[in-house]
Every structure is written in C-alpha cells, then in structure tokens.
Design a protein around this ligand. Structure first.
Ligand code: URA
Length: 297
C-alpha cells in the first residue's frame, strides 16, 4: 500500500517535471545556461536590499564552459548563491566598429576580427561565431536573420531545418552552396553572427553592431545579387521599416564600396516552414533571381 502510494507520487512528480520542461520548450527555452535556475527578479531585489558577495566559483554561464554538474541542494538557511553574470559587452562607438570592419581585406580576416570582437552582446551567450558558408565570390549571397541552435553548435549558417529548406529552394534555381562554380554556388551568412538566446529575434542594437561587418562581407564576397531572407536582414540592409510581405519580390539596390548591388527581399525559410502556403511567393522571388542571373550571363 505504502509502496503503491510512493510510486504514484514519483510518477506524478515525474509528469509534473515533464510538463514544466514542455512548457519551457514551448516558451522557446532551448537549453540550460546555468545548472541552477536563476530568478532574475528576486536576484535584483536581493542585490538592492543588501550587499551580496558573488562567489568566484559559481560560474555557470554557458560561455564559461563550466561543466553542468548536478548542484548540491542548497540548505534552507544558506543565502542563495548568485550565479556570476557575464561581463557586460565592452561598448564601442559605431565609427570604431565601421573602421574595424573596413580594415579587413579578406573574408578570412573579417572572420578572425569578428572572433575577437566583443562588443556585440550576443557573443556572451552564444557557443561560437557563426560567420558564413558556401563559396565566397559566388554570384548569389544569401543573408538570413540569425544562427539557430544547430548553427550555433556547428558554427555554420543555415545547417538546421531552415537550412535544409534553403538548400532545396536554391536547388530549384540550380544553385548549390557546395559547388565550386561561382555561377552555380551561393555564399551564405546572417545579419548577426551569434545565436540570440532562445532563438529570439535579434535586437536593433545587436543588428547595428554587426551591420558594418555584414556590409564588409558583401564588399569582400562581391556577389551580383543579395537575397535578404526575412524582415530583419531586409530592413537592416535597406534601412527601411517596411514589412517583408510588402517588400518581397521587388528589386532594390544597396550602395557598397564595390558599387551598387541588387537585393531581392524574400520570405525567410523558417516562416515558410510554418506557413507552407507562402512558398509560392518565395518561388516567384527565386524565379526573378534566376532570370536576372541568366540575363547577366
Ligand atoms: N535562420 C537564419 O536566419 N539563419 C540561420 O543560419 C539559420 C536559421
């Protein structure tokens, strides 16, 4: 009888825990960045109410690579440890960021500079830099929104589900990021180079910090056509608040250090995964890209 009650209690505790995990998943929490849950509201109340010393050995932030060991249960009397927060990103004036990007004379140098660049706050929570994939010098460059979980793990853009769809879309117009032929390949990057926590949309400040590097990447990769996949890259590159459904499908240009580059704003593959009925619009945009490539051959 007692045994039965115990096992019922264990089963219901398990299913409650599973429900909480499912809820976290639904809310977009993809991974643990600390081995103990952190209540940020309570923490700041505690910090305001009294001086809390921050023990050095409580580094549990993902960037610290601290092993996610199971923590010892805190004793009820002991003050709750305050996990160390990542240092704030050093601030940098935008003209300094622009100079840094402009000083790079190759895509490799741009990637190395980005790897050392600490002023974008996204770097603190990402696993690694996710710069570019495909063939530099390809006639088509695709700029997406931001690395997701798989991209963050592999350090290459568009390798997850959206990337698989992007590859199929490119194949429809005879492009393949693995090709060595600039006319048949594609160069792929994002408007920010680090994964936003929980795959949230990058903030304007984060996009602005990366934009000089994106523009320099365009200058160094020298594409004939840029496909801006989704509202975030299209709005940032074209400096407009216009929504992607209004903007998509019509050619725009951006002025860069290598002259004017044609830009086709289109729908983001992850939107197409959620709204397959919109694929016909993306298809039209790709046909327009193909027609321009053929006309310029
Ligand atoms: N979505 C993007 O915008 N970029 C990626 O690299 C992956 C998913």
């Amino acid at each position: 009888m007692i045994e039965d009650r115990k096992s019922n209690q264990t089963a219901s505790a398990r299913s409650a825990a599973a429900a909480v995990l499912r809820w976290y998943g639904d809310m977009g929490v993809g991974e643990a960045t600390a081995c103990v849950p952190v209540d940020g509201f309570q923490q700041s109340e505690e910090l305001n109410a009294r001086k809390v010393s921050v023990p050095e050995n409580t580094a549990t932030i993902q960037g610290s690579r601290a092993p996610l060991n199971r923590p010892a249960a805190p004793s009820p009397q002991a003050p709750r440890p305050v996990p160390r927060q990542p240092a704030a990103a050093p601030s940098m004036a935008m003209d300094e960021v622009e100079q840094l990007a402009q000083a790079c004379t190759s895509l490799d140098e741009l990637a190395r500079t980005l790897d050392q660049f600490d002023a974008c706050p996204l770097k603190r929570t990402a696993t690694q830099l996710c710069f570019a994939d495909g063939l530099p010098g390809a006639h088509v460059m695709i700029i997406g929104e931001a690395p997701g979980r798989e991209e963050d793990q592999q350090g290459r853009p568009f390798v997850g589900r959206s990337g698989q769809l992007l590859d199929k879309m490119l194949a429809c117009i005879d492009l393949d990021r693995k090709s060595d032929d600039p006319a048949r390949s594609a160069f792929i990057s994002n408007i920010v180079f680090w994964r936003p926590p929980g795959n949230r949309k990058p903030s304007t400040a984060e996009v602005m910090m990366c934009l000089p590097f994106v523009k320099r990447a365009i200058e160094l990769a020298k594409p004939r056509i840029v496909i801006a996949a989704g509202a975030t890259p299209a709005q940032a590159l074209l400096d407009t608040p216009t929504g992607i459904t209004r903007m998509r499908g019509s050619w725009k240009t951006i002025t860069t250090g290598i002259g004017e580059v044609d830009v086709m704003p289109t729908l983001h593959p992850s939107y197409l995964l959620r709204s397959p009925e919109a694929k016909r619009f993306a298809w039209r945009d790709l046909v327009a890209v193909k027609a321009k490539l053929l006309a310029e051959q």
